[in-house]
Design a protein around this ligand. Structure first.
Ligand SMILES: [Zn+2]
Length: 285
């Protein structure tokens, strides 16, 4: 039997993905409660539906400890093709942080960030993947989930983060069995992209993790670094706790993290492309 060659999979258009990153940032900060958040929700639903996704929403509330207010939050779930038994979940958070608490100037720390890397980058890659799988339906059934409320927490309060992923893991849609595995994209737009092996991913999704890194090595996606990385309390942790092996692709070494400087000029299409191509190879093989 011939095994497929790497050139046979659909092409990932990294420029198109980068445009998706810029389009999100053009809406302004997308922290829950903001106008940008409202606009982005509508825009994401339109984008996913225009790519043939069958979109459903999960509405819930979560606390914004910075504002001392409850916020309306929405997970956006898109199924493609026959996703009665989803095999692969691809996910990213679509909300952005309500405060720039890593700004040097204390007077600027209360402002919301634009989240080009921390928010828009993962979503951008997954919107391009939505286009690809709508044009070339894969054998693997795929769902794309955009989590809300990932970045509302205070530092050193991990329980205040990942609200959307927690909600999804505790309240899976009744007509959608939990997927067999998941890949989370977070902060993968850094122009200087290096993705080490995030600790929970290496420990709890070792087979999927190894497969992704070996694809990266075969196709020359050098941003995937075969070295241990930190443990990150991200959206994949609630998924792992729910029994879904989940890999977090994240480059946490980003000087503009949680500052007003997390803007599109710090990101690159080629970084999005390195991640996108690995995922496309994985989906079609
Ligand atoms: Zn963040």
């Amino acid at each position: 039997m011939n095994s497929p060659t790497f050139s046979q999979v659909p092409a990932f258009d990294s420029e198109r993905a980068f445009k998706h990153l810029e389009d999100q940032c053009a809406l302004g900060p997308r922290n829950p409660g903001s106008i940008g958040h409202q606009k982005c929700k509508t825009w994401l639903i339109e984008q996913l539906e225009s790519h043939g996704g069958n979109v459903s929403l999960q509405s819930f509330t979560g606390n914004d400890p910075h504002a001392g207010q409850s916020r309306s939050l929405t997970n956006i779930i898109a199924r493609f093709g026959d996703a009665d038994k989803p095999q692969l979940m691809l996910c990213a958070h679509w909300d952005t942080r309500p405060v720039a608490d890593r700004e040097r100037d204390p007077l600027r720390r209360a402002q919301p960030i634009l989240g080009a890397n921390d928010g828009a980058s993962g979503v951008a890659v997954l919107l391009e993947i939505a286009r690809i799988i709508s044009v070339n339906p894969p054998d693997k059934s795929v769902i794309i989930v955009f989590f809300d409320g990932e970045d509302l927490g205070r530092e050193s309060h991990p329980e205040e983060y990942a609200l959307g992923a927690r909600y999804f893991a505790l309240h899976p849609p009744p007509d959608l069995p939990l997927p067999s595995e998941a890949v989370l994209l977070d902060m993968i737009g850094d122009a200087d992209l290096e993705i080490p092996i995030e600790w929970y991913s290496g420990r709890h999704a070792s087979s999927l993790r190894r497969t992704l890194w070996s694809i990266a090595s075969e196709i020359g996606s050098t941003a995937f670094v075969d070295a241990p990385g930190p443990a990150i309390e991200d959206d994949h942790v609630p998924l792992i706790k729910a029994g879904i092996p989940a890999v977090d692709l994240i480059d946490f070494d980003y000087p503009f993290w949680h500052t007003l400087h997390d803007t599109p000029d710090k990101c690159s299409s080629s970084s999005l492309g390195q991640v996108g191509r690995v995922l496309v190879e994985y989906i079609y093989h």
